[in-house]
Design a protein around this ligand. Structure first.
Ligand SMILES: Cc1cc2nc3c(=O)[nH]c(=O)nc-3n(C[C@H](O)[C@H](O)[C@H](O)COP(=O)(O)OP(=O)(O)OC[C@H]3O[C@@H](n4cnc5c(N)ncnc54)[C@H](O)[C@@H]3O)c2cc1C
Length: 370
């Protein structure tokens, strides 16, 4: 029996080769540079209750065992991939349960979006049908609803997190130390999110011969659930024939077509993922201030998704099958580092928390430079 499994006696643990292989990967392996970093963990532990998390953290503290938290492993950035061979992967997808109030949802980490009702989430990842709430709060960012309601960190009201230095409860702005920190700051055991009541979304596509007109129109739609600007190459990769630039708007009670929710998600927020998977092309993403959108050129397949983070509107922009000439804040889709995707003010909160409560880097080691 390996030493780590011995330390974890009494827990639900697996260390057979097939399980270790499965838990050495997440959806991040679609990037070759992320794939090359993955290591086989030494064990996988399945936690379902808070007292089990507490007991595990005692082992972490005493024996300095590196931990990699995992929901359903659907993140595309290697967040749930172990970078160290002696890591223990902690599967939290079985820690389920939630309650709702008029304006909020309080949940354990393993709950899935469908279990609560997807119309209640202010921001919903494209992967909502296969991800956990804990995974989205810990590793997610934008999604359907982000233009209207902001990013996930704008919608988390409270977080409970277990660190090597004990249990912490964070409220208000403090939650930014943990949201999107990818488990590097501890095991998230409870989250409280703002909730909404979303009605049926209708989708309309408007075609423009010039980029300037498309951008002018798009930035005016800031009350929509989503707005995406795509060029002809991107539209054709998604199976539509169109000239110039197309603006796709999804709006509650808006004019346009009825679209099944799942199609809405794969055709809109998941468009880049759908095309990359189908055509195996290169992909990059840049967060651009809106005025830079007028400088887009037509070389790449382009999908510019308007979003809001911390009250500021910007474009989360995918460039497929080429290297963009524009410069912006790079949301690096080929890096496992949180440092390569979080804005400065949030990153500094994560780093400060990490230095204080996990200076040994036991929680998802190697993913946050601090
Ligand atoms: C097709 C597709 C579409 C996607 N669309 C979106 C999208 O629109 N928006 C978006 O933001 N993401 C998107 N993603 C990425 C990902 O699916 C989401 O971020 C998702 O919510 C992650 O949930 P998960 O349960 O799979 O978490 P995992 O992938 O298992 O984990 C995510 C990160 O959080 C950490 N973690 C997980 N649970 C905990 C916990 N309880 N405590 C502490 N740390 C934890 C992990 O270590 C990892 O770093 C997409 C992925 C795919 C494959």
């Amino acid at each position: 029996m390996n030493r780590i499994v011995e330390l974890l006696k009494g827990f639900d643990v697996k260390d057979d080769y097939e399980t270790l292989q499965k838990y050495s990967a997440d959806y991040g392996i679609m990037s070759k540079s992320i794939e090359s970093k993955r290591k086989l963990p030494s064990a996988v532990i399945f936690l379902r209750r808070r007292d089990e998390v507490e007991r595990l953290m005692e082992v972490v503290r005493e024996y300095h065992v590196p931990i990699v938290e995992r929901g359903k492993g659907t993140n595309t950035l290697g967040g749930a991939i172990p970078l160290k061979e002696d890591s223990v992967v902690v599967d939290l997808s079985g820690m389920k349960g939630y309650c709702t109030e008029e304006d909020s949802i309080t949940s354990l980490p393993g709950t899935e979006f469908d279990e609560v009702g997807i119309e209640r989430f202010p921001v919903l990842p494209t992967s909502f049908y296969m991800a956990t709430l804990g995974g989205f709060v810990s590793g997610g960012s934008l999604g359907l609803g982000s233009l209207k309601n902001g990013a996930i960190w704008d919608n988390v009201m409270e977080v409970e997190v277990y660190t090597p230095s004990g249990r912490k409860e964070l409220h208000g702005d403090e939650v930014k130390a943990v949201v999107q920190a990818g488990g590097t700051n501890g095991i998230v055991t409870r989250v409280k999110l703002r909730s909404v009541k979303r009605g049926k979304i209708k989708v309309r596509r408007t075609h423009f011969s010039s980029l300037d007109k498309a951008v002018d129109y798009a930035v005016d739609q800031d009350g929509a659930e989503f707005v995406s600007i795509r060029n002809k190459k991107m539209m054709s990769a998604m199976g539509y024939s169109s000239g110039g630039w197309t603006v796709i708007v999804g709006e509650e009670e808006g004019g346009g077509d009825d679209v099944a929710f799942r199609d809405l998600i794969t055709n809109f927020a998941g468009a880049y993922y759908t095309v990359v998977n189908k055509m195996k092309v290169s992909y990059t993403s840049l967060d651009l201030p809106l005025y830079r959108l007028y400088e887009l050129d037509d070389e790449c397949m382009i999908d510019a998704e308007l979003s809001k983070s911390q009250g500021i509107m910007f474009s989360h922009t995918y460039f497929l099958d080429c290297t963009p000439k524009l410069e912006g804040f790079k949301f690096d889709l080929h890096s496992v580092l949180i440092n390569d995707r979080a804005e400065e003010n949030r990153l500094s909160k994560m780093i400060e928390f990490k230095r204080r409560y996990d200076p040994e880097d036991l929680m998802n080691p190697g993913k946050l430079l601090f």
